[in-house]
Design a protein around this ligand. Structure first.
Ligand code: ATR
Length: 281
C-alpha cells in the first residue's frame, strides 16, 4: 500500500481527459507527495470500482462521462449542487464515508467571478442548450439570484423538463424567439456543442443583442468560439470555456490533498499548449 494520497479521474473512454495535466501540475507546484491517475472503467464495472476505492488506497477522484449520473445514484452522501444537477463529478471520503459533489456550477461561477465580476449584479440571463451542462449553469444562476432565464433549446420538452426542476423563472423558448428576447438579456451563456470544432456553427442571432451584456461559452475548442466572436462584435465582454474547466478542478484537489490551488496564467498556458499540440497532431 502506498503512503501518499492517490486520486484519479475515472471514465470510459478516459485517455483524452485533461484532468491529470491540471492536478499533476498542482501537485508539482506545491511539492506534494501524491498521485492523480487516469482510470478506464466500463459502466458494468463501476459499482465494483467504487466499492473498492478505500481498499485500493484512493482518497477520491473525478468522475467523467459516462459515469456522472451513475455515481450520483451510487453515493449516499451528496451535496446540494449534485442533488440539483442530478450528477456528480467529484468524490472523496469524509469520516470513512464516500461523498459526492458536482463542481461544474462552482467552476462556472468562480470563472465568471474572475473574468466578468459584474455578472452577479445582473438579473436576466439567456441560456442556450438544455443538456447536462445546462443543468449546472441553471444551478449556478439560481444560486447567484437570477430572476429570469430564457432557456433556448431546439427540443423544447428538454428545456421544459429543466424548468420543472429549476423553477418557473426558467422560460423554455425556441431559437426564433431568442432573436428578439436577446435584447433583454444581461448575460448570455452557450452550453450547446454549436461552434465546437467539427460541429455546426452557432447561429447568428445577435442583431438585437446589447453591447453592455456579458457572454460566456462553455466550449473551449476553439477558445474563441463563433458565439464569443459575435458577442465581441456587439461590444460585449466575454469569458471563454477554459476557465470553467480549470476552476471546476479546484474543490476536488483541495479535498484530496488539503491545499486550495490557484487558477493562474501558468496553468492556463499549460492546458492551452496541450490543446494546440493535440490539434496540430
Ligand atoms: P451536454 O451534456 O454536454 O450538455 P447534451 O446533453 O448532448 O450534452 O446536450 C447538447 C445540447 O446542445 C442540447 O441542448 C442540444 O439540443 P437538443 O436538446 O435539441 O438536442 C444542443 N445541440 C446540439 N447540436 C445542436 C444543433 N445542431 N442544433 C441545435 N442544438 C443543438
Amino acid at each position: 500500500m502506498v503512503d501518499f494520497p492517490r486520486a484519479f479521474v475515472c471514465g470510459h473512454p478516459i485517455k483524452h481527459s485533461r484532468s491529470p495535466l491540471i492536478h499533476n501540475h498542482w501537485l508539482m507546484q506545491f511539492g506534494l507527495e501524491g498521485s492523480y491517475e487516469r482510470i478506464d472503467v466500463r459502466p458494468e464495472n463501476l459499482s465494483a470500482f467504487l466499492s473498492g476505492l478505500k481498499e485500493a488506497g484512493f482518497v477520491g477522484g473525478n468522475m467523467t462521462l459516462p459515469h456522472k449520473e451513475a455515481v450520483y445514484e451510487f453515493v449516499e452522501n451528496t451535496d446540494d449542487a449534485a442533488n440539483a444537477i442530478g450528477a456528480a463529478n467529484t468524490i472523496w471520503f469524509e469520516n470513512n464515508k464516500l461523498m459526492a459533489s458536482n463542481t461544474d456550477a462552482y467552476g462556472f461561477a468562480a470563472n465568471l467571478d474572475d473574468q466578468l465580476p459584474n455578472w452577479r449584479q445582473a438579473k436576466r440571463a439567456m441560456v442556450f442548450g438544455a443538456g447536462g451542462a445546462s443543468r449546472a449553469i441553471l444551478h449556478a444562476l439560481n444560486e447567484a439570484g437570477y430572476e429570469h432565464v430564457d432557456l433556448i433549446n431546439r427540443t423544447l420538452p428538454r428545456a421544459q423538463a429543466l424548468a420543472d426542476v429549476f423553477g418557473d423563472h426558467i422560460h423554455p423558448t425556441n431559437w426564433e424567439s431568442a432573436k428578439h428576447l436577446i435584447a433583454q438579456a444581461d448575460l448570455l451563456i452557450n452550453t450547446t456543442s454549436l461552434g465546437m470544432e467539427g460541429q455546426p456553427d452557432f447561429p447568428q442571432i445577435f442583431d438585437h443583442a446589447r453591447a453592455d451584456a456579458l457572454a460566456s461559452d462553455i466550449v473551449y475548442t476553439p477558445l474563441e468560439t463563433p458565439f464569443l466572436k459575435m458577442a465581441k462584435q456587439c461590444g460585449q465582454q466575454t469569458s471563454d470555456g477554459l476557465g470553467m474547466l480549470l476552476h471546476q478542478a479546484v474543490p476536488g484537489f483541495e479535498k484530496w490533498f488539503g491545499v486550495k490551488p490557484p487558477v493562474d496564467e501558468t496553468l492556463r498556458t499549460l492546458i492551452l499548449d496541450d490543446i494546440n499540440n493535440k490539434d496540430a497532431s
